[in-house]
Write a protein that binds this ligand. Sequence first.
Ligand code: SF4
Length: 182
Amino acid sequence: MSMSEVLKDINNASSWSEASILLGKLLGLEEAVPLPVVRRALRDDFFSQNLLMCRNNPKLLEMLFNDPQNAAYEIKENKKRSNNELLFKATGALVKWSKSGFSKVNEAEFKRRYDICKRCDELVEPSNQMAYKIVYRNAKDRRVCNNCGCVASGKAWITTENCSKPHPQDPELSLWREPLTR
Ligand code: SF4
């Protein structure tokens, strides 16, 4: 079985915590592995190969888990934005959306966008700010995009929205692979 096949289930996990449990099982551990390790395993083929070679060997795995390079894959802190800033942004997005007749993308397009967000470094737990409680009170997954401050599971439904982060391989596209200039 190829490395990409081995990591496919982990890559398709619905959340980082589910991915960390799956990787733990794959490596023969009873506990979930640290999140920076999961994130690195999905992006660094050499590292994921080393993890698999050390499968069922907790001592060697521990050394890999403690590799200082894993720090680059730490989850980012939620950027602090004021309630006014968040409400202003949400109002702007609402006006833009209203001009499109509140159109939503279809289920498949939502899933495509949202799956990208779920694997993105920018997706973090929301702060306890009032604006999130007001605007996104019905969202099932209230995790927030650290790049724009939106709740990704809500934003991904809205036709007029786009991820604002450029794609590393094509800066004219967003991470959602949609034109940034539209
Ligand atoms: S909107 Fe873009 S930057 Fe934000 S979480 Fe989604 S993919 Fe990442």
